[in-house]
Design a protein around this ligand. Sequence first.
Ligand code: FAD
Length: 302
Amino acid sequence: PFDVLVVGGGPAGASAAIYAARKGIRTGIVAERFGGQIMDTMGIENFISVTYTEGPKLAASLEEHVKEYNVDVMNLQRAKRLEKKDLIEIELENGAVLKSKTVILSTGARWRNVGVPGEAEFKNKGVAYCPHCDGPLFAGKRVAVIGGGNSGIEAAIDLAGIVKHVTVLEFAAELKADSVLQERLYSLPNVTVIKNAQTKEITGTDKVNGISYMDRETETVHHVELEGVFVQIGLVPNTDWLGDEIERTRMGEIVVDKHGATTIPGVFAAGDCTNSPYKQIIISMGSGATAALGAFDYLIRN
Ligand code: FAD
């Protein structure tokens, strides 16, 4: 069996595997797609000490770093079941069952898409999901934020300090964000909030030039000219394959303690699949290291 089996090959999983392998213990990593979300990322400017890189390039460096160590890399394999017996079992979609003394879950998350024409086409060409990452690219420009929940309103407040104008589009009749955020939002001069707005299309030529929405009360369609659209309608953790024994938040995020431990002894978790409040590459890597050291501590005590 493995000493540490990492499930997920993004920044969190790669970091966990390296930290585990450096302890000289038997380490494996299973990933549906090695690299994770960064495979879909263009410019990265906030991975500290690297002024600029691109997602696929960073993913290649992660893989190269992992391969420096004696890590059993099982790419293009999806885990579908976790069960704690004497050892922890991970069953893969292909039927294989891997056994390990400890497991680190780092299956990440995915942004919920609005699913309108133009969204996929203009991804990285004006359609963005992460204000911390891509906000500065829209300095002095006009943007829309789709979604009036906490993440949408936080994004709108954040962006209002950088861009020329922010239009918030909320599907429902009211914003769902906390009232303190709403108060802050309404105090800003360069923000327009449109409620009852159903996004219909993100328009553009080679890049985004506007957004169309339907006013759900009057059923009329309007078009706003702008250069960027931030989709903020939720981040979905890839944790639906896990059973009930592992505690998760209402949003499905795995609850971890300071050591990265979950509610199942020997099972740790790291990165965007956990209840970590901020979802970033550097944060995922840090939590991957924490989970690996947590797992090592667990191994020497059990
Ligand atoms: P992920 O990167 O989501 O990796 C999850 C891994 O688990 C993948 O290998 C996946 O294939 C695998 N997996 C999932 N389910 C299973 C399963 N059942 N079995 C086996 N494997 C599974 N952050 C920044 O810091 N700076 C940026 O500029 C930046 N830009 C971004 C741009 C975009 C478009 C996106 C989508 C995200 C961006 N982020 C950025 C966020 C950053 O990519 C994430 O915070 C980070 O990738 C999280 O790492 P992770 O390892 O926790 O999860």
